[in-house]
Design a protein around this ligand. Structure first.
Ligand SMILES: *Cc1c(COP(=O)(O)O)cnc(C)c1O
Length: 824
């Protein structure tokens, strides 16, 4: 073992892979781990775990390099350790040194919106004839940028990297890491405004990426960007060549005009780069802006009109979405078909690794295009990755992967020369009870495979945004603080969202506990591979065997249930296998729990039966979300602390104490104790309505238009003729009814559905499986998707309109509604 202390320069690593998130580990022997101490996470907690998995290079922050750690590390074999003031800075410096070895053109992209799309499109548009290295997904942060730039290798001929900042002074480092030769400034909006004094400051800061570029492309209609370039950038970069574009009165170098035809847009350019025109199927302002940035770059890069036209016809909207959905033959499908490179594959494989619903893992993989790497080397790397992630079956599609079939050594592997032959010849029944990752480069049209393998969803789906759920979890984690554990409540099918998928995500993000209502909910979690401790709130004696078998921890709330548990535990007499329990004190809810008059008896029992191990003691506030009950909440807290200290004294060891739910975390941070129980907030609803803006919407309930009718005054719609038509109207029938959880109270105009951006009221009574809405003012066709609730129709409003709460709406969504999970 060697330790290099207090280095401030780059780290001289031999590793091929940089790792900052221990969970993303794919190639242990070839990785160096940078331990970063952040606000919520501390990478130093995972050093031992990574060492055991085979990592041998570590960067550690001086502040965390305690004597105990030094002691632990001294036992490690063949390990290299750098102790640095800041791991992020060390990471950046290491990558700067790497970047200095290459003199290829590098495009740096900044802007409030569109960075990722411009990057993805440009990568695709310049790819023929070039070997492109680009940031994966939207890796544009202080950590994401170095991880991206590290991928430059001698095979590449051009690089494209995006840079995002959320605070002043961050760009300086990113400039040194990316060292762009050409810049693109997409636009300026209000995102992250609060990290900056003013919008001017934000622009100035973004421009720091371009202090050394030779060329900068930007849109002159954003006059503030234009002004800051002259004012701030020119003085420090006097030889800068700018290419501005804009509409006809912007006096830009390149003038742009759009002509909208029925299904396409014609983009005309005149000025500095000559006259040209292009036709595209994109029609919205944002896509056209992104496209013009690309066109201007390509024209300047030397491509001609015909080449560019040909290439832009192949563009499609960028979807970074990775979807998890139910497939045929009890499979789960992970659909990640936008692009296919090694890094993207590695990320998708990590997501596959997080899923516990099925034991078998299948990967359907296309050729990996444009890496510039020799195929033998490339597929060797991929083969290693598949083996590290214990893939059971590989289905390779494409000439190149087929020719490299010898590189793989997976038990079951088969190859097809193209997507069509797969679709024709694949023995579909051979694929069952497996997780299936479908990952293909764009030209392979793997969406056809997804379509064939996914379970057909008819009509209504509930889409769950896993990134939003993670965001909300992190929001509450930071409210609760690092010392407070999180019990995530996943009862009632994770508030309607789907327990096993949500629980897998929570396990990945290392929450401390899960909470369910009934034993069978806990059993289902265990059967889908969840290993976190689980508290069962309403475990009845007939289910004690199951609790034991699956290591679930019951809530003990009454004299009779404690007596039954003691009997059971004594009968089994296996002290080490006995699950610990959670004691519930009733401090005012008067639902379940021991009341004060039980305490004497309770303490007696606990002292006499030390075999009953207590993990936690908790209570529940009746009005955490309402200010009018503050005094009562305070009193409940007081009673709780008093009860809990008597218990601790009697049993002689400390227990985990917890009393707060989501609303309580926001309103009573002083009562957070050792753990908090997070429920509705994680699913996107902030019950106190103080911090709703800090949360992201998680669930979107969508359905489709089955039929449209044109009716005239005097006609009626639906049962009992309740829907009266008073003037010529268009009425759409939707594939959702009260059996799906669309409450009957939402009929007759109470409920509103978002139809292509327009809110349309229900008309007539809601039926069991169908709902009619008035779409007279909307643009809609049969088969269109409409939104029942989500960002456009907040679930809180929907609940309020029928006099209930979001909890009831969420948990009322019918079982037959398919859940689809996705990540951006
Ligand atoms: C459901 C539940 C919670 C979570 O409540 P939210 O309001 O959804 O945060 C916490 N504690 C107990 C005992 C619960 O049953």
């Amino acid at each position: 073992m060697s330790i290099i202390e207090n280095t401030t320069g780059p780290v001289e690593t031999q590793a091929a892979y940089l790792l900052t998130d221990s969970r993303q580990l794919s190639f242990p022997e070839q990785s160096i781990f940078f331990a970063i101490k952040g606000q919520r996470h501390d990478g130093h907690q995972f050093l031992t775990e990574l060492y055991q998995k085979g990592v041998r290079e570590f960067v550690i922050e001086a502040i965390s390099f305690t004597d105990t750690l030094r002691e632990d590390l001294s036992k490690w074999d063949k390990t290299r350790i750098w102790v640095v003031p800041s791991s992020i800075k060390a990471l950046q410096k290491t990558v700067m040194t790497h970047r200095n070895k290459f003199s290829i053109p590098v495009i740096g992209i900044v802007g409030s919106n569109g960075k990722t799309i411009v990057k993805e499109w440009l990568a695709q548009l310049i790819a023929p004839g070039q070997r492109v290295v680009a940031s994966p997904k939207s890796y544009n942060s202080q950590i994401g940028v170095p991880l991206s730039v590290w991928n430059i290798s001698k095979e590449h001929t051009i690089g494209i990297f995006e840079a995002g900042i959320s605070q002043a002074h961050e760009m300086e480092y990113l400039q040194q890491v990316i060292q762009p030769t050409t810049g693109i400034f997409t636009n300026i909006g209000s995102a992250h405004d609060n990290g900056f004094r003013s919008r001017k400051q934000k622009i100035t800061e973004k421009l720091r990426l371009f202090t050394k570029v030779q060329k900068l492309i930007y849109r002159k209609d954003y006059t503030e960007i234009d002004e800051e370039i002259s004012l701030i950038l020119r003085p420090v970069n006097p030889f800068l060549k700018t290419i501005s574009w804009g509409n006809s009165n912007s006096a830009a170098d390149v003038e742009i005009s759009y002509t909208f035809k029925r299904t396409t847009t014609v983009v005309t350019l005149t000025g500095l780069l000559g006259n040209s025109r292009f036709e595209t199927s994109f029609r919205d302002e944002a896509s056209l802006e992104n496209l013009v940035h690309c066109i201007v770059f390509l024209l300047d890069f030397g491509l001609n009109e015909t080449q560019i036209q040909h290439r832009i016809e192949l563009l499609r909207p960028v979807s970074m979405r990775l979807e998890l959905k139910e497939g045929i033959n009890h499979c789960y499908i992970i659909d990640d078909t936008y692009n296919n490179d090694v890094q993207g594959l590695s990320m998708a494989m990590n997501f596959l690794g997080q899923q516990e619903q099925r034991k078998l893992k299948t990967v359907i993989l296309s050729d990996v295009l444009q890496t510039g790497q020799a195929p033998a080397e490339l597929y060797h790397t991929i083969a290693k990755l598949l083996r590290e992630k214990s893939v059971d079956r590989l289905i390779g599609i494409g000439p190149e992967i087929t020719s490299q079939s010898e590189s793989f050594f997976i038990e079951k592997q088969e190859f097809y020369k193209n997507t069509e032959s797969f679709l024709r010849e694949f023995p579909y029944t051979s694929l069952h009870d497996s997780l299936v990752l479908i990952k293909g480069a764009r030209p392979f049209s793997f969406e056809k495979i997804v379509h064939r393998l996914q379970q057909k969803v008819h009509g209504t789906v509930l889409e769950i945004n896993l990134d939003a759920l993670t965001h909300n979890l992190n929001f509450y984690k930071s409210k609760a603080g690092q010392g407070t554990k999180i019990m995530a409540m996943v009862k009632a099918f994770a508030y309607g969202s789907g327990s096993s998928e949500v629980a897998a995500l929570l396990q990945y993000h290392r929450v401390d506990y899960l909470g369910v209502a009934y034993t069978d909910e806990g059993v289902a979690l265990r059967q889908s591979g969840i290993t976190l401790p689980v508290m069962v709130m309403n475990a009845t004696p007939p289910t004690f065997d199951l609790l034991w078998q699956y290591k679930l921890e019951p809530e003990i709330y009454s004299r009779s249930i404690l007596t039954e548990w003691i009997d059971y535990v004594n009968r089994r007499d296996e002290p080490s296998a006995t699950p610990p329990v959670h004691l519930k004190l009733d401090t005012g809810m008067h639902r379940l729990g021991f009341v004060e008059s039980d305490y004497e008896w309770l303490l007696d029992q606990l002292t006499q039966n030390p075999g009953v191990r207590i993990s936690s003691v908790f209570s529940h506030l009746v009005g955490a979300d309402e200010g009018e009950h503050n005094a009562f909440s305070k009193e409940q807290y007081r009673r709780f602390i008093e009860g809990v200290s008597q218990i601790e004294q009697a049993i002689g060891y400390p227990v985990i104490k917890h009393i707060l739910n989501s609303a309580g975390i926001v309103r009573f941070p002083e009562y957070r104790l050792d753990m908090v129980r997070l429920g509705i907030g994680m699913y996107g609803v902030e019950a106190t309505n103080r911090e709703q803006d800090s949360l992201q919407s998680v669930g979107t309930l969508k359905t489709i238009v089955s039929q449209i009718k044109y009716l005239s005054a005097g006609e009626t719609v639906g049962y009992s003729r309740k829907g009266q038509i008073t003037h010529d109207s268009a009425i759409a029938t939707l594939a959702i009814g009260y059996a799906d959880g669309y409450d009957r109270g939402l009929g007759n105009g109470v409920g509103k559905i978002s139809v292509n951006g327009k809110l349309c009221p229900t008309i007539g009574n809601i039926c069991m499986d169908m709902t009619m809405i008035d779409v007279t003012d909307a643009e809609v066709e049969e088969g269109d998707e409409v939104i029942v609730f989500g960002k456009e129709v907040p679930i809180t409003d929907l609940a309020k309109s029928i006099g209930t709460i979001p909890y009831e709406v969420l948990t009322g969504i019918g079982e037959r509604v398919k859940r689809v999970f996705y990540k951006e």
